[in-house]
Design a protein around this ligand. Structure first.
Ligand code: PLP
Length: 389
């Protein structure tokens, strides 16, 4: 047998293990000092009441002969696809049910979708970005090229007519930078993809943080996007489903073969998301659910606002934080990402994530997140003020 040696081309990621080691060593040597973690990429608030009630009810149904459910439809129950369809309508996107595929989260589908594309495609990935896009393509042996995101373009790279790619990743609001494309900018990507016959894989995992109605939550708000884009979304950050696992992928019927092939792929390799979880997910889209998750999102957004305001006061350049849980800052005094990490840990015991871990253009930048508690975020920002103002 021959194994897939492409795995040998993956770069070992030491980012989070190095962060953990440095923090543990510091804590051991400085037992009295309170460390505040603003590097967490996971939510911290619990599931909302509507979700819990729906899941309890579904658990009870599973224990009764008449309402017990075994294998469900691989692409998701109608009740949830309907709810997703209704949600898209709220931002003026019309979808048909068989364009909606329920998943166990965006990470799996972002990787799995690559089953539909041949190995000789060239892939264009923004740098810096969520590392899954690069790694999943390296595993398959595809050529990966990068679109540079930097302070000059506000961490929103635009298409370059000189560059030819077949698969284009866009993540907006972006992880790690928090930067969000507006409609005009996204339209340029859609026009470019149509012109060069490429597919856009649009990751909308953080769309719920967008509070400006003029900014697109879905790529399908852009004319003709259904002819060239697949969209991934997730309830992880929207409704605290990081541990519960549920998301959805939209493959428009305009992408004729891709819609059919994705259905075939899912019915062959996937057996669906648990009924209990799908009932919980359905409740996210109910009126009560929407009100309750909004409270949680606003809690994180308040933290983000505080971080952003503090950085402004301290004259530290940054993007994100307004329509995103992430704040991406330029390390002061030309420090490298890791130098700044050490500097913060040593001086004010605040932990963030070095930007260099997200791509070469991340060097010299640093990611803070708003997923911590309000109290800790406040205290961390007071420490920032003392150190930098
Ligand atoms: N896409 C982006 C940009 C992310 O940052 C993450 C998680 O951090 C995911 C997808 C994964 O989401 P899920 O929990 O739905 O797998």
């Amino acid at each position: 047998m021959n194994i897939n040696e492409n795995y040998l081309n993956l770069e070992q990621s030491y980012l989070f293990s190095t962060v953990a080691k440095k923090v543990n060593d510091f804590a051991k040597n400085n037992p009295g000092k309170k460390i505040i973690r603003l590097g967490i990429g996971d939510v911290t608030l619990p599931l909302c009441k509507a979700v819990i009630e729906a899941m309890h009810k579904a658990v009870d149904e599973m224990g009764v002969q008449e309402t017990f459910r075994g294998y469900g439809p691989e692409q998701g129950y109608d009740f949830l696809r309907d709810a997703v369809k209704g949600y898209y309508k709220t931002h003026n996107v019309e979808l048909e049910e068989d364009e909606i595929f329920i998943s166990d989260g965006a990470k799996s589908d972002v990787g799995n979708i690559l089953d539909l594309f041949s190995k000789d495609n060239t892939v264009l990935v923004p740098d810096p970005v969520y590392p899954v896009y690069v790694d999943t393509n390296i595993m398959a042996g595809r050529k990966v090229i990068f679109a540079d995101a930097n302070a000059e373009n506000g961490f929103l790279p635009m298409p370059d007519d000189k560059v030819k790619a077949d698969i284009i990743y866009i993540c907006s609001p972006n992880n790690p930078t928090g930067a969000v494309y507006n409609k005009e900018q996204l339209k340029k990507w859609v026009d470019y993809a149509l012109k060069i016959n490429a597919i856009i894989l649009f990751d909308a995992a953080y769309e719920c943080f967008i509070s400006d109605e003029t900014l697109p939550k879905s790529i399908y708000e852009i004319e003709n996007a259904k002819k060239c884009a697949i969209e991934f979304c997730s309830l992880s950050k929207t409704a605290g489903f990081t541990g519960t696992r549920c998301g959805y992928t939209i493959v428009p019927k305009e992408l004729d073969k891709l819609n059919k092939f994705w259905l075939r792929r899912q019915t062959t390799k996937f057996n669906g998301v648990p009924y209990i979880v799908q009932r919980g997910a359905e409740a996210v889209f109910s009126k009560q659910g929407q009100n309750e998750i909004r409270e949680n999102i606003n809690y994180y957004k308040e933290n983000a606002k505080l971080i952003s305001q503090t950085l402004k006061e301290c004259d530290i350049w940054h993007v994100g934080g307004e329509h995103s849980p992430y704040i991406w800052l330029k390390c002061p005094d030309n420090m490298t990402s890791w130098e700044f990490f050490d500097y913060l840990l040593e001086n004010i015991q605040v932990v963030g994530t070095p930007g260099s871990g997200f791509g070469k253009n991340g060097e010299g930048f640093f990611r803070l997140t708003s997923f911590g508690s309000k109290e800790n975020t406040k205290e961390a920002m007071e420490r920032f003020r003392k150190l930098f103002k």
